[in-house]
Design a protein around this ligand. Sequence first.
Ligand code: BF8
Ligand code: SF4
Length: 699
Amino acid sequence: MDDKSNDGVKPVAAKSIDPAALEMLAHADGCGIDTAFSRADTMKPCPIGESGACCRICSMGPCRLVGKNAEEKTGICGADMGTIASRHFARQVAGGVSAHSDHGRDMAMTLRAVALGEAAGYKVKDEQKLHVVADYLGVPTSGREVNEIALDVADVALTQFGQPHGEIIYTKRATPKRQAKWRELGITPRAIDREVVEVLHRTHEGVDLDAENILKSALRCSLADGWGGAMLSTDISDILFGTPSPLSSEVNLGVLKDDQVNVIVHGHEPTLSAMLVEAARDPELIAEAKVAGAEGINLAGICCTSNEILMRYGIPAAGNFLHQELAVLTGAVEVMVVDVQCIMQALGPLAQRFHTKLVTTSPKAKIPGATHVEFDERRAPETAREIVRMAIANYANRGPIHIPDFHEPLVAGFSHEYLNYMQGGFHRGSFRPLNDAIIAGRVRGLAGVVGCNNVRVTQDEGIVEMIKRFIADDVMVVVTGCAATAGAKAGYLSPEILDHAGPGLREVMEAIGIPPVLHLGSCVDNSRILTVLTQVATEGGLGEDIDDLPAVGLCPEWMCEKAIAIGTYFAASGAHVIFGVSSPVEASSVATRLMTEGWEEMVGGDLEFIPDWDAMYARSLELIDAKRAALKLPAYDPSQYGDSGDSTFFAEIKKYLADRAAEAERGVETVGSPVYPLADGHSHDHGDGHTHSHDEGEA
Ligand code: BF8
Ligand code: SF4
């Protein structure tokens, strides 16, 4: 690389730790094709905008507060650095909340259409969860038909977006102490749309000009996501598509098949992709694929649509955010179907260089160069079949292909419900074993490692480093979103990884029968982490609220506004949160202090930005150990636990997975196989016409 040509941009030392990505980037270079990775080498992040020192709220600006004493300067209207940085941050939160919550609204609309019999192909799959959600939302259930309940649940969910009075109902799911704190501070969210609108209003030119007050409104807005839109989205997805329970699958670009019609789903919503799962398994369409010369139809996912159908159907994941272009570069993707969020416009021109058809499906998200097949829930199965047929027809147009041979096994599909089940059975579900293990110090603490990829840092490196170090130091890890995919690609979501866990963690995970790194789902499913933390806090022995727990949330490679919204709602819920990459409020010492010391004092949680992995990890342990000390728990001491040896439980799972791998070698379809005996009331859809109930004892 010619240093002079890149405008002083420091290229990231290594583009990725993922060998599949590195192979594809070399391939891209060979083909003379740009990717986000190479474009990042020439596009320098604007340092003024990056640090929050640029205001473009009105056309008297943009005002950029730079140079010596930047913090003493103001914009033309007099806005100071604290206001400018906080205003921008709050708008990022509002952007993130609107994305997740609008997705949540669409899920509620689908549930409503299902209840009214207007959504062909969908039905309420998890009635038990419907009842639980109905209870939360105050919808009567006794003696009522499923669809009657579902209609009321959908309608009450929809009121949460625009209700003129009251509070978002799900805030009642927080600990009593947390609810009281939010009320006292006046940050209990009232309605989802309202909180977004209010932040946009406050941050309009000339309204809220007090950094502390602006950031406080960002806290309230974020809570409308975590305890509103995102939580509703998770719950309604579970109702419609099933509450996840563990299953096996595979991850990375090697899941693409050289001899099959490959269809990739990319984006965030499970609605159309669930129908694509069925279409890809339809014997009639498979026969058509064979006529076209392919061995079958292979569906795989990217980003959080992938997580949604991985968690529930075991559909393999082709990769995370930075894999989207790499997948097209394989030349083996007949169709890439996208819905909303995290979709690069670059896919349009890139797909045109290959035979790949890029298909947009949401009226909210079109891309120049793509074919638009609008998703309509009234005819979703037909739409899915139409798209699969488009892929089959396109198979003959393939040019040379290059699929990197990297695919890792993984176990995904952990839900709050399943964790309860694992710790005491379906009727006695609890978090007691985990709490006791934390109290005793076998498990040092809990960490959530979540969020995106970002080309400004080595792909997956921060995420995988954190996961690796945490489990070695006996910290149990939960993962979601692209971080989950990163962890999986590096092998950390396979039961084998138990061997890399510290002795205390290993002993406990063997006893409970769960791996040390749990895939909890997509980014909206970060709401599952809130539910888990709340239950750990109320189970007893670890204080009363999330801010008492030895827990930390990390987003090492954050990229988008949704990540900012998530980090903020975790902080507002009492969690210590650390982001990597760079701080969007770095230019303002006032905003930085407010989001750390200020928020900690106010809500017990905070949001820090620490780009260095070592420093991020050291700070995480410091926070976990400080909470242990505050709870007067014994200090963490790894020497007191010996190696426990393999439990029969894990030995069985390993054997089971080895058998599946052997079957896969023989060409038997194995992804999506459940890996544990399942809890009553949960079922897995294999798409092959039968479901497994819990007492079959498959593992
Ligand atoms: O919602 S982790 S890059 S795909 S934003 Fe996007 Fe970030 Fe991935 Fe999932 Ni979440
Ligand atoms: Fe400049 Fe104030 Fe306008 Fe922002 S709102 S661009 S600081 S004049």
